[in-house]
Structures are given as structure tokens and as C-alpha cells.
Design a protein around this ligand. Structure first.
Ligand SMILES: [Ca+2]
Ligand SMILES: [Ca+2]
Ligand SMILES: [Ca+2]
Length: 307
């Protein structure tokens, strides 16, 4: 390609790019949900491509014991789960949060959180026998801001602030897990993924997500006999939209390729037409004996057509 043609093609491509940005830029791609993170604590951890991070803080695992098989479909308690028996306000021992921190998130409008929550042993709920009394609380914070804060109990189910939706309570008033051998206290299990009102669309934007899970309260009483755990933790990003810049550049590249193909096709068609025209003129010259010229070949006294 000559320099002049190259410049012409470049300027044409530039015009095409502007045209694409102003007129031909496609509408935004439809937003979709994206699984950001999943962990069943049995080697099944999955993190979305381009995203990094994981659990920190208190991360000890334990066998699910009698919780095994609770759930529905393929989403059931199995194998190991994260078990957090830290903190004791009777001895001024602070609880240690279990933290999930993920970075490199694509643009989105919120998150959906799903996990099995095991409430283990003698949680005392809202009041512990008297209104305004000491409590046992489970908390979830999103990027440092407390998002979920509710009391739970394994004694009298109605004496807790958390009210699960239909299908949210999988087990209660049953001893499913013994932290100490022979321990007789009842436990409960919740499928927090069923609680779409609270966990179905948690406001969150930005490329970093930090979730902190911790139990505490003025009656929080571990190591004596209260602890918690979770399994099958899943974080879904909501309304993930591809970045407009990548869409526009893709559009420009696609249109540029189409433009080059069209130019090549036009050039081929013109070349064929020219050959046919020259052949026609040559035949006409041979028939009529006239001098012809055309397409860069000036025929003076000899044939311009193919020999
Ligand atoms: Ca598991
Ligand atoms: Ca128990
Ligand atoms: Ca307690």
C-alpha cells in the first residue's frame, strides 16, 4: 500500500472510530450476575477469574457431624465446615472474626450472600430470662459496616430477634454438633441463602469486598458452651456490566475489519470491471480499428488489451 493510500486509510479509520463512538456504539450489554466466590471447605473453593483473596482471621475447620446432609438438592452440609468457638465475655476474651476479603471485583451494583449458619450449643437469645438482659449476637459486616446483627437461641426459639423466612430454618432443638465429647446441648442450622430480603441484594460497589463474621454480646459465653460455624459460603455479584470502553473498542475493531473487507471487495470488483472493459475495448478496437486509452494504459498504435 502506498504512503498516500496508507494515510487515506488511517484517516478513514479515524473517522470510522469517531462515527462508531457517536452513532454506531452498541447499547450497553445486558447486566448479568456473576459467582464471585464459593467455598465448601472440602477443597471446592472457586474464585472468579481476575479476583483474588480468601478467608483470614479465625479459619479452623471441623467435621460437620450431625449437620451432614441438611440442606436441599446439591446444596447440603457435608465434610468439613468452618467452626469458630472464640470469645468469652465472662473472661473478657474477645471474639475473633472470620473474614472474607476479595479484591479485583468488576463493576457491579450489589452482592448476594448465601451460607449455612450453624448456631451451636447454649445461645441465650434476646434477653436471657429477663427483658433487657444479656444477649448472644451473630454479626455480619460489609466493608467495616455492620449489616446483620441478630440474637439467636437454642432454648426458646421465640426468644431471638432473627426471624427466618420459610425454608430458612433447617434444624432446631436438636443436638447436631458436640464441641466437647458427650456435650448434650441442642444446636440449630439456618440456610441464610433463603433470606433474600436480607442477603439477596446487599448494597456494595467498588473493587474490594470485605465480609466479617463474628459472634458476641454481653452473654457470649465461649469456651464454656457457645460457638458458631458456616459451610457452603457463596458470594454472587449482581448486575455485572462489561466496561463500555471494551465494548466500543471491540466495535471499532470489528467495523474496521469490515471496512477493510469491503474496500478489498470493491477493489477486486473494480479490477474485474476494468479488465472486462479493456477486453471489450480491445475487441471493439480489433473490430473497428480505432485507437483506445484507459486505466493507465495509453494505447498508441498497438493493442491495449491482453495479448
Ligand atoms: Ca463442607
Ligand atoms: Ca451441641
Ligand atoms: Ca450466652
Amino acid at each position: 500500500m502506498s504512503q498516500r493510500n496508507s494515510l487515506g486509510f488511517a484517516s478513514g479509520l479515524a473517522c470510522l472510530a469517531v462515527f462508531s463512538l457517536i452513532v454506531v456504539a452498541p447499547p450497553p450489554a445486558s447486566a448479568e450476575d456473576l459467582q464471585l466466590f464459593y467455598d465448601n471447605f472440602d477443597g471446592g473453593q472457586v474464585i472468579a477469574p481476575g479476583v483474588s483473596g480468601g478467608f483470614s482471621g479465625f479459619t479452623s475447620l471441623a467435621p460437620v457431624q450431625g449437620y451432614g446432609g441438611l440442606g436441599s438438592g446439591s446444596n447440603v452440609m457435608a465434610g468439613m465446615f468452618l467452626h469458630n468457638p472464640t470469645g468469652d465475655n465472662f473472661t473478657n476474651t474477645p471474639s475473633v472474626p472470620t473474614t472474607l476479603r476479595l479484591t479485583g471485583l468488576p463493576p457491579h451494583s450489589g452482592i448476594r450472600l448465601s451460607f449455612f449458619l450453624a448456631i451451636i450449643d447454649t445461645w441465650d437469645g434476646e434477653h436471657f430470662d429477663s427483658p433487657g438482659g444479656p444477649q448472644d449476637l451473630f454479626n455480619v459486616s460489609v466493608n467495616g459496616v455492620n449489616f446483620f446483627r441478630h440474637t439467636f437461641t437454642n432454648f426458646t426459639f421465640n426468644d431471638q430477634s432473627y426471624v427466618p423466612p420459610p425454608g430458612g430454618l433447617l434444624s432446631s432443638l436438636s443436638n447436631r454438633f458436640a464441641f466437647m465429647p458427650g456435650e448434650p446441648y441442642d444446636d440449630s442450622l439456618y440456610d441464610m441463602g433463603q433470606d433474600l430480603a436480607r442477603f439477596g441484594n446487599i448494597p456494595h460497589v467498588g473493587d474490594t469486598l470485605q465480609l466479617d463474621f463474628v459472634a458476641n454480646g454481653s452473654n457470649w459465653n465461649r469456651p464454656a458452651n457457645e460457638s458458631w460455624g458456616f459451610d457452603n459460603v457463596r458470594v454472587t455479584l449482581l448486575n455485572v456490566v462489561p466496561e463500555p470502553g471494551s465494548i466500543t473498542l471491540l466495535s471499532i475493531a470489528t467495523l474496521a475489519v469490515a471496512r477493510r473487507r469491503r474496500d478489498n471487495d470493491n477493489a477486486k470488483a473494480a479490477h474485474v470491471a476494468a479488465e472486462r472493459q479493456v477486453q471489450g475495448f480491445a475487441a471493439s478496437r480489433r473490430r473497428a480499428g480505432v485507437r483506445i486509452s484507459g486505466f493507465g494504459v495509453r494505447a498508441r498504435g498497438k493493442s491495449a488489451g491482453p495479448s
